[in-house]
Design a protein around this ligand. Structure first.
Ligand SMILES: *Cc1c(COP(=O)(O)O)cnc(C)c1O
Length: 398
């Protein structure tokens, strides 16, 4: 099967590119002894969980369903292969009816508040689980994206030092095995270093009593130019100073630049908008939607890389690519090409493995893109096709 024969739209995830990322993460683990987990919320294409489980120490979940997915698709395979696989979970608040099942799947359970830890922590401990508390070091290191900043003022994520209270000998501390923070988003290790300063300043007195610390996600470790030696110094600092086991739970870094979204041109509109600041721009409708299939394009917002294209005006012809939904703002971005686009052309967006299929929706009755795996031999295999049932099934009885 070749690109032109793939169903459109479809996500293509490249096993060799995932493995390349996993080897970078494995290097960090081997050199430092840190334990790295997959944050499933960024990438949950479980066809690749057996491979990921060969390299990483396990996965982390945002709640019951992701925890169960790890148990079924990663931990079970690892166990059959004689390997261990950790299953961590963090949720801003657990539901009473879910908690028993969470205890069945997870070995590390992280709470977001003193009250949540006091409500569920005893049961977790009695079940032999390792218990953690998410702290908020109140150290914003990112600009512009308040929606992705857990340290933004008024955040509901993590306990601040002020909200922890002064009592050190109360029941909470006898429950805790570890502390967890997650404050970064697509950042380098200088931001982590700064965050660790804040963690030590505010929570340093608690660290010697802990078994582990979890640095959360947002570390762009597999991005070209990321400062890995500095990350490793950060890890060793916590290991050597406090005797802690260090966990990292990147999502993006596991599947960064390892996936594509293939789409087909449905129409090149004839009307031209000469007044646009991008020059003469034609609208092109493709069979994939920013709103449904790459929502971060609108949320972040960002312009996804597109193979063979240039910046607006850079190449001969400039087109604005939009989806077939009714949303006026369902625009993927403006790109230029040397050759004119035509109906039936295939376009390939890059870096589409992360925060894409996990965020899909069927707004406007849009079909979900098929899932395709390109294996290490370069062969394509359609893992899953979606249809009308997947749209209807979420809206009522099926
Ligand atoms: C989102 C998140 C992650 C993963 O973040 P990436 O930016 O994908 O690396 C890890 N841990 C927690 C608690 C998160 O909320």
């Amino acid at each position: 099967m070749k690109w032109p024969d793939l169903p459109s739209p479809c996500y293509v995830v490249d096993e060799a590119l995932i493995e390349k990322n996993l080897k970078v993460l494995q290097g960090v683990m081997e050199r430092t002894g840190a334990r790295i987990l997959l944050a499933q919320k960024a990438f949950s294409m479980y066809e690749l969980y057996p491979l990921i489980g060969e390299y990483l120490c396990g996965a982390t979940a945002s709640g019951l369903y992701e925890a169960r997915l790890c148990a079924e698709e990663m931990a079970a395979v690892s166990a059959a292969g004689g390997r261990s696989c950790e299953n961590h979970v963090f949720s801003p608040a657990y539901r009473e009816e879910d908690f028993g099942e969470i205890l069945k799947y997870c070995d590390h359970i992280v709470f977001n508040s003193r009250a949540q830890a006091e409500k569920f922590g005893g049961r977790a401990k009695a079940a032999g689980k390792s218990v953690g508390l998410r702290i908020n070091p109140e150290c914003s290191t990112q600009e512009g994206h308040a929606i992705y900043d857990p340290c933004a003022p008024g955040s509901r994520l993590g306990v601040t030092r002020g909200n922890l209270g002064e009592e050190r000998e109360d029941g909470l501390w006898s429950l805790l095995d570890g502390l967890h923070f997650h404050t970064l988003c697509e950042q380098d290790s200088d931001a982590l270093e700064k965050t660790l300063d804040a963690v030590e300043e505010r929570f340093g007195e608690y660290l010697p009593g802990m078994k582990w610390i979890n640095f959360g996600g947002g570390h762009h470790i597999t991005r070209e130019g990321y400062d890995i030696p500095r990350l490793e110094r950060c890890i060793r600092r916590m290991q050597e100073k406090y005797g802690l086991t260090v966990y990292l739970e990147p999502g993006e870094a596991v599947a960064l630049n390892a996936g594509f979204l293939v789409t087909e041109v449905l129409e090149v509109q004839e009307s031209v908008w000469p007044e646009s600041e991008e020059g003469n721009v034609c609208n092109v409708i493709v069979d994939t939607s920013a709103a449904c299939h790459m929502p971060d394009v609108l949320e972040m917002p960002y312009r996804p890389p597109l193979q063979g294209s240039g910046q607006p005006g850079e190449k001969k012809l400039t087109y604005r690519l939009g989806g077939p939904t009714c949303l006026a703002g369902d625009v993927i971005g403006t790109y230029s090409f040397e050759e004119p686009l035509a109906e039936g052309d295939r376009l390939v967006f890059e870096d589409m493995a992360i925060y894409s299929m996990v965020k899909n929706n069927t707004f406007n009755g849009m079909p979900l893109p098929a899932l395709v795996l390109r294996n290490r031999d370069g062969e394509y295999r359609v893992v899953k096709r979606f249809g009308y049932e997947d749209f209807k099934g979420r809206l009522g009885r099926l």
